[in-house]
Design a protein around this ligand. Structure first.
Ligand code: FES
Length: 442
């Protein structure tokens, strides 16, 4: 889960250079047949390769530094006509309820699949107009029912602001075309979101299509496919899609390594894109006739056989004797200082409550309630970076010293407890522990 700027700087720069290069070629080739392949390449890099950049930066895992993630996310959102805040929340829901029918707003291949929708989808002629219409509606200040379903109300003003900004930019390009009497500006900004989208679909179909709906174990609903280095660059390693769904806090550049570590627990990956397509097309055809048809022989290893040793520290192993000093609240003795290593977080259970004990690299200790206030996931499985813990489920973040949420979808603060060091031991006043507040509904 360790974040690095280097790989994302390299891959983002290369992507932008290729995009600009293809743009120059396309501009130079205007009026000749060479314009067709040049625009095809430009469109694929703009409306296609933007998708995995949008995705990785949206998770906040591409760069170690926060702001480049946000900037690339915004730019890629525009390229894909995706309203940034709306899609951030829709993607949170997608990770919680992956292809759960009626809950996941990002099911791209619903059963039964209509093959006649392939071509219009590959040219974005179905979702594109719908997204533009919704954007215009939001720009006018009207929030539609679908958006209300998964975006919290407090985010609506932001949704409206972003829609207005996007509409303004697209409107300016249209005006530019009218004034110049030429469609060329739109061929570079706006229309690539349609004619370049085929690449999004080319890769995206491999993620979940044809796999089990309505199961919470991602191994049944998500697929990993081996791809060549060029595809992996364009797709930013999202071919390790199952690993990503299981561990969304792992950055794209570490996914191949993660795959090696966990592949024994997962169904066998498909050997190539072709191999995956064969399985998918067959499954979609079978499910057209019988929507309950499932892919036979896709074995999911018995996870019970691999159950890991729990890392939690039960109350029984803690020195739970209460230190009571004159005038002081009761303290629970958590243990010695090396109970948790610098830069790490550990789960601790005391008296029916679960906590997360943090030790920053600067040796500051902190204790908070263990469950993320967004969706009840244990924070001890997350990534600690300085004083910020990232939830492993949807990448929400909290300052562990104050409990304040610092990245959505986390919005409700964590309850924190002051940790004292007395004679080389960690003491904490847990008091009457209140129930954890949660906004798991969103
Ligand atoms: S469970 Fe959603 S951010 Fe933690």
């Amino acid at each position: 889960m360790t974040r690095r700027n280097g790989p994302a700087i390299r891959d983002t720069t290369l992507w932008l250079l290729l995009l600009v290069g293809a743009g120059f070629l396309a501009f130079g080739a205007l009026g000749s047949w060479w314009a067709i392949p040049a625009f095809a390449a430009y469109g694929a890099l703009y409306g296609g390769a933007a998708d995995p950049r949008w995705h990785e930066n949206g998770h906040g895992t591409a760069f170690k530094t926060r702001w480049p993630n946000d900037v690339v996310y915004l730019v890629a959102s525009f390229m894909l006509l995706r309203e940034p805040t709306l899609w951030r929340w829709s993607h949170v829901r997608h990770h919680s309820d992956t292809i759960i029918v009626g809950r996941d707003p990002e099911i791209s291949f619903p059963r039964p699949f209509r093959f006649r929708s392939v071509l219009p989808n590959y040219l974005n002629l179905i979702s594109g107009p719908h997204m533009l219409l919704r954007m215009a509606q939001h720009a006018a200040g009207k929030i539609d029912e679908d958006t209300r379903e998964f975006v919290p109300e407090a985010e609506f003003p932001r949704v409206i602001r972003e829609a207005r900004a996007f509409v303004l930019i697209l409107g300016a390009v249209v005006v530019w075309c009218v004034v110049a009497g030429s469609i060329v500006p739109l061929l570079f900004i706006g229309l690539p979101s349609f004619y370049g989208v085929w690449m999004v679909w080319f890769f995206a179909i491999t993620q979940h299509a044809g796999l089990n709906e309505d199961v919470l174990d991602h191994r049944y609903s998500t697929r990993t496919v081996y791809m060549n280095p060029v595809f992996r660059f364009l797709y930013l390693n999202m071919n390790y899609h199952l690993e990503h769904h299981l561990f969304p806090s792992v950055p794209y550049h570490a996914l191949p390594k993660l795959h090696e570590e966990v592949k024994q627990y997962l169904p066998a990956p498909k050997a190539s894109v072709l191999d995956a397509y064969k399985e998918i097309v067959h499954a979609l055809r079978m499910q057209r006739r019988n929507p309950d048809w499932e892919i036979p022989g896709r074995e999911v290893p018995d996870s019970a056989a691999f159950r890991l040793t729990a890392t939690k520290i039960p109350a029984s192993s803690l020195a739970t004797s209460m230190a009571v000093a004159a005038g002081l609240e009761e303290r629970t003795d958590l243990g010695p200082l090396d109970l948790v290593q610098p830069g790490q977080v550990k789960r601790i259970d005391v008296g029916g409550h679960t906590y997360a004990l943090f030790r920053t690299r600067r040796d500051i200790y902190a204790l908070s309630d263990g469950l993320c206030t967004h969706g009840q996931t244990h924070l001890a499985e997350g990534h600690l970076d300085d004083c910020v813990i990232e939830c492993p489920k949807h990448n929400g973040r909290f300052n562990v010293l104050t409990g304040e949420p610092v990245r959505r979808p986390a919005r409700v603060p964590l309850v924190t407890y002051a940790v004292e060091i007395v004679d080389g031991r960690l003491l904490v006043a847990l008091g009457d522990n209140p129930d954890v507040t949660s906004d798991a509904g969103t």
